[in-house]
Design a protein around this ligand. Structure first.
Ligand code: UVW
Length: 321
């Protein structure tokens, strides 16, 4: 448990000896561990398809039941600009042939729905991924924005590790933590192996509580998830995991119960190792299908939107079984 009287260490101290992949793919690299997803890895992913069943992993934007977002962000608002009512009154536009149409707009936090984080989304100590100066984020990300990830696309073998099922609950509660040993134990129980270069997809079903609890979900907000340790970071580094995908808003335990530090793995994995993060995925239908036939791997494909200098982008990843 965190001692609330004790000051959380600075990330510069906590991660002083943590490994980095800065420079590993050259001084201009902006996609980090996605470099592990070579053509051979894409073909390995395709080999995991045996039924052709498709699962889209995006949560609906503008869900009438609410959109789970990080505290301080607001759900997207979608507004109609043109619809049939636009032709009710005098002065409505007339198009040759009698054309009517619907148009709408969206105002959204780019991290306010199922999304990819840019590698430059978080940092400490004045440096973002690959050692770029954090000042390159001012007014828009000149380096390690989401654009290079969008340009590249992501495809490979995905493996779903169902931590809710492993712990025997419908949904992991706030603050519950786990590590790479738990992931491997859950994988063994599922009868699947997490292989080098796999896209690691973790189900917690924690966001079910957002829909059950309403505003109380945000009281003393602390999502469950992976907890930082040097061994866990080394495991990601040894396994050369290109992409961490979860159904959580923040992909990891929000506040480390031992150190009191926020989002340590965003920094140790994303900023330092260049692991791509996909968050707020809906893994329920995919998990049900995997549990039904005991096959937990699939071909995972995703491409965020090409948004100039953005720190993230909505995405609708697809898993093909
Ligand atoms: C933060 O890093 C604050 O948010 P996200 O969970 O969207 O990465």
């Amino acid at each position: 448990m965190t001692d609330s009287t004790k000051k959380a260490p600075e990330l510069t101290e906590l991660l002083a000896d943590s490994p980095t992949n800065w420079g590993k793919w050259g001084p201009d690299d902006q996609v980090g561990s996605l470099n592990y997803l070579t053509n051979a890895e894409v073909l390995r992913g395709i080999k995991s398809v045996n039924s052709g069943d498709l699962f889209t992993l995006q949560r609906m934007i503008g869900d009438p039941k609410g959109d789970p977002v990080w505290p301080g962000r607001e759900p997207a608002t979608v507004e109609m600009v043109w619809d049939e009512a636009s032709w009710d009154g005098e002065g409505a536009p007339q198009f040759p042939g009698g054309l009517h149409y619907a148009d709408d707009t969206m105002h959204a936090f780019l991290q306010g729905s199922t999304q990819y984080d840019a590698l430059g989304h978080v940092w400490y100590g004045g440096k973002i991924y690959n050692g770029y100066d954090a000042r390159t984020t001012v007014g828009g990300l000149d380096k390690a924005s989401v654009e290079p990830i969008a340009e590249r696309g992501v495809a490979g073998r995905g493996v779903l590790i169902d931590m809710a099922r492993y712990f025997g609950v419908d949904a992991l509660p706030a603050r519950k933590t786990f590590d790479h040993n738990d992931l491997m134990a859950a994988a063994a129980q599922q009868g699947v192996t997490i292989e080098k270069h796999d896209i690691l997809v973790i189900r917690t079903n924690h966001l079910q509580l957002f829909f059950e609890q309403g505003d109380a979900f945000y009281d003393d907000f602390c999502e469950p998830g992976l907890q930082y340790s040097p061994e866990l970071v080394q495991w990601f580094q040894d396994m050369e995991i290109p992409n961490l995908v979860t159904d959580l808003i923040g992909n990891e335990v929000t506040t480390d119960p031992d150190t009191g530090v926020s989002l340590t793995l965003h920094n140790a994995l994303m900023r330092n190792l260049g692991v791509a993060f996909s968050e707020i995925c809906d893994l329920e239908k995919l998990a049900a299908a995997c549990a039904a036939d005991g096959k937990w791997d699939f071909f995972y494909v995703a491409a965020p939107l090409k948004i100039n200098r953005a720190s993230g982008s909505p995405v609708n990843p697809v898993a093909i079984r």
